[in-house]
Design a protein around this ligand. Structure first.
Ligand SMILES: NC(=O)c1ccc[n+]([C@@H]2O[C@H](COP(=O)([O-])OP(=O)(O)OC[C@H]3O[C@@H](n4cnc5c(N)ncnc54)[C@H](O)[C@@H]3O)[C@@H](O)[C@H]2O)c1
Length: 330
């Protein structure tokens, strides 16, 4: 837990992607901690941004419907901010292959624009960037630690890797305090469930709640999962610790699950549901990373972070949430 909760009181914090799944969870926590929160989000329908995500805090945050590719507005939005949680991103691996230039613009070029805006208009800001385990590609060894070679296998991975390294570069060369968290599969209330663009767990939850069978591809693959509140905690810890500056940390899960075990856990938690095990579709197989789970020792040692919410508990909270608001996420 962030021990010095007062750190954020009255602090100006900006969240790009703040109406998305993780960004809105972070916004809720920051509002509770007394921060002055502004959200920057383009609300492009294919991504996870949804105004329902900020229901209840809409009067306590400043919402800027703006695109991080617009360097002109960024220049103004960034000024005076104490913290930037940089979470805006195109998250679909498949979409990055279908439209690589769009992924390049959001996950790479816009990241450079954000950092340039900071360099020119707010060099004292502290930045936490949401990176991804996807940049490791197919693991050479497990669990994957931060020393593992970066060998992304899709366009999204390449652009997120560049986005991450721009942050580290600006820390090292210009002294703009930045760090990066490599997130693994994150799940919880407010994730995108319309389709599998953000996470396969989203579409599994949707189909199950609609009483339809969901598909498990392969089944034997190993994965780790982090509940959204644990990710939020890591973002806050990274923001408040100078030991994080210029560093890159893996996040991870409390346990390793096969996809089949994950599916069984979901059905068990719901008390009902069916799934079909299928071969991996060809277009997905080519950009699939196989088994993956993280070694998160570095963040545990440096910032004292570890995941607390177990998959059963996290899925149970997730199902409860969507049980009440399913229609608003379809
Ligand atoms: N959810 C995961 O499992 C996971 C795993 C690894 C990394 N991440 C990273 O975490 C970050 C947040 O992901 P999320 O799961 O909350 O996804 P999300 O899609 O819910 O959130 C991203 C938000 O960014 C916004 N956005 C996208 N392009 C934008 C643009 N050009 N300008 C302004 N806003 C824009 C979207 O509208 C959305 O609200 C992303 O950068 C993602 O790459 C997430």
């Amino acid at each position: 837990m962030v021990e010095n909760k007062g750190v954020f009181r009255n602090k100006k914090t900006m969240i790009t992607g703040g109406v998305g799944f993780i960004g809105s969870g972070l916004a809720r926590r920051l509002v509770d901690l007394g921060a002055k929160v502004s959200l920057v989000d383009s609300l492009i329908p294919e991504y996870g941004g949804n105004l329902v995500n900020i229901r209840g805090i809409e009067d306590k945050v400043k919402l800027n419907i703006s695109d991080v590719r617009d360097s002109h507005s960024l220049k103004y939005l960034i000024q005076g901010q104490d913290f930037l949680f940089n979470l805006a991103g195109q998250t679909s691996h498949l979409d990055s292959m279908v439209d690589p230039f769009n992924d390049l613009a959001i996950n790479c070029s816009a990241q450079l624009s954000i950092l340039e805006a900071c360099r020119n208009y707010n060099p004292g800001i502290k930045i936490v960037f949401a990176s991804t385990r996807q940049i490791y590609g197919k693991p050479e060894y497990l669990p994957v630690d931060e020393r593992h070679l970066l060998r992304p296998i899709d366009v999204n991975g390449i652009n997120k890797m560049a986005g991450e390294w721009y942050h580290i570069l600006y820390n090292n060369v210009y002294g703009i305090r930045s760090c990066s968290l490599r997130l693994t599969n994150t799940y919880g209330p407010r994730m995108r469930i319309k389709d599998a663009r953000q996470t396969f767990l989203g579409v599994w939850v949707r189909l199950m709640l609609e009483g339809k069978p969901f598909e498990v591809w392969g089944g034997g693959q190993l994965r780790d999962y982090t509940y959204v509140d644990d990710v939020v905690e890591a973002l806050l810890l990274a923001a408040t610790s100078s030991a994080a500056d210029g560093k890159i940390f893996n996040l991870g899960g409390e346990r390793i699950y096969s996809l089949l075990d994950t599916a069984k856990t979901l059905v068990k938690v719901n008390g009902d549901g069916k799934f079909i095990v299928k071969e991996f579709p060809e277009d997905r197989k080519k950009i699939d990373i196989g088994d993956y789970y993280s070694d998160f020792t570095l963040i545990k040692k440096t910032l004292g972070w570890q995941p607390h919410i177990k998959l059963e508990e996290g899925l149970s909270r997730t199902i409860q949430y969507y049980g009440e608001v399913l229609d608003e996420y379809l």
